[in-house]
Design a protein around this ligand. Structure first.
Ligand SMILES: Cc1ncc(COP(=O)(O)O)c(C=O)c1O
Length: 407
């Protein structure tokens, strides 16, 4: 068997479909966010501005977070030294879980090494706790939820994206006394659209279903204390399990669920993705706890974030660029084919020092390939002006139509 030839063929298929992913070699410079240094393929180093990061609020370089991490590093060392059950639970993990439970108004929270693992581990474990469980999953749910649902061995129903009428049809078609869970996101990361949380909770009440909400692209950024869209809409108490990340707006690493004491206890006891893996380093838990605590009291940062997103969207619209605007911080500019998307991205980086990664199929549907901009509170007027000028010049250079607004 020629394994190397098979690897070549697998990678070749991605090249043929224009889906081969390359890394851009960037170094974040402490204290300089959103500025970074890019090492060109020839080794030359250039200053760039990052416009596609998920450290949405710059917390990865916030002194409060860094101080907490330094302190924990000096106190405890590098790794946690074990799984949560076997010597890997420290005061830092417990403190962070308490901070998260408080954030979401839940009895408990459970940490995982990432939100990907939290989704996968929790959703794949639920049928062990509720035999005969049926999971209703939004068609645009994140890959980590899809994996969890796929692997869970229970029955699954996929409802059309944000389509409450379709969800109702599916619920009506099933046995009324079967245990059920509805899994969905608050902000969908590629279009930045928001789910009808209240209507989904109404259906959950009517059909006796649990609700599972991924708030990964909302925690830290929405709601009076940054608990997400459910908090902003006063619906947190209607969500049974909230999933969040510590790696995006909180700027560190890790994921979690927040739920009842019993639910967390059961997941903790049954989920292989929680049990059989080394716990997060205490430094990470300490930094994340400091970040969550900081953002509970930072409404002005959230407000500046939204202001900058609105400024960027308004200016793109004024140029006639086809953007999607669902009133969130995610600003997708639809280019419409992978070739032009890559060309624009390459030219922005090489000629203007602006870094925004192309987003292609299968992450988004074919024909909607895009540049997804993520403004932060510290992308100031200078950075925005530079981006607008560059996009204006390149859009014309690439002979792209200034089409109808995409949505
Ligand atoms: C909706 C959603 N859920 C979960 C995740 C996973 O988050 P993490 O990076 O913490 O694994 C992502 C990551 O991009 C996401 O977009």
């Amino acid at each position: 068997m020629d394994y190397t030839a098979k690897l070549d063929a697998a990678i070749g298929r991605l090249h043929d479909e224009g889906r081969y992913r390359t890394f851009i070699d960037i170094e974040r410079v402490n204290g300089q966010f959103p500025h970074a240094v890019w090492t060109r393929p020839d080794g030359a180093r250039d200053d760039i501005t990052v416009w596609c990061g998920n450290d949405y609020l710059g917390m990865g370089q916030n002194p409060v977070v860094l101080d907490a991490m330094h302190e924990a590093l000096d106190a405890t060392g590098a790794g946690s030294g074990g799984t949560r059950n076997i010597s890997g639970t420290t005061v830092y993990h417990k403190r962070l879980e308490a901070e998260l439970a408080d954030l979401h108004g839940k009895e408990a929270a459970l940490l995982f090494t990432s939100a990907y693992i939290a989704n996968d581990a929790t959703l794949s474990t639920l049928p062990k706790l509720f035999p005969g469980l049926i999971i209703y999953s939004d068609s645009l749910n994140h890959a980590s939820m899809i994996e969890g649902v796929r692997r869970n061995g229970g029955a699954k129903r996929i409802f059309r994206h944000n389509d409450v009428a379709h969800l109702r049809q599916l619920l009506e078609a099933d046995e009324s006394d079967a245990p059920k869970v509805i899994a969905f996101e608050s902000i969908y990361s590629m279009d930045g659209d928001i789910s009808p949380i209240a209507e989904i909770c109404d259906l959950a009440d009517e059909f006796g279903a649990l609700t599972y909400l991924d708030e990964v692209h909302a925690v830290g950024m929405y709601g009076p204390r940054g608990a997400g869209v459910a908090e902003r809409e006063r619906l947190m108490h209607r969500i049974d399990i909230i999933n969040g990340t510590l790696a995006k707006a909180y700027g560190v690493m890790g994921g979690y669920i927040a739920a009842s004491e019993k639910m967390c206890d059961a997941i903790r006891s049954y989920a292989p993705g929680f049990i059989f893996t080394t716990s997060l380093p205490p430094t990470v838990a300490a930094g994340a706890a400091a970040s969550v605590a900081f953002l509970k009291r930072a409404p002005e940062l959230r407000s500046l974030h939204q202001t900058n997103a609105t400024i960027l969207k308004t200016r793109f619209k004024a140029m006639g660029l086809p953007i999607i605007d669902h009133g969130t911080h995610i600003v997708p500019v639809i280019v419409g084919d992978p070739k032009h998307t890559k060309l624009l991205s390459d030219m922005l980086l090489e000629n203007y020092g602006i870094y925004v990664q192309p987003i292609n199929f299968p992450t988004v549907p074919r024909g909607t390939e895009r540049l997804r901009f993520t403004p932060s509170p510290v992308h100031g007027p200078k950075e925005i002006d530079k981006l607008i000028k560059a996009m204006d010049a390149l859009w014309s250079h690439c002979a792209l139509n200034r089409a109808e607004l995409a949505g």
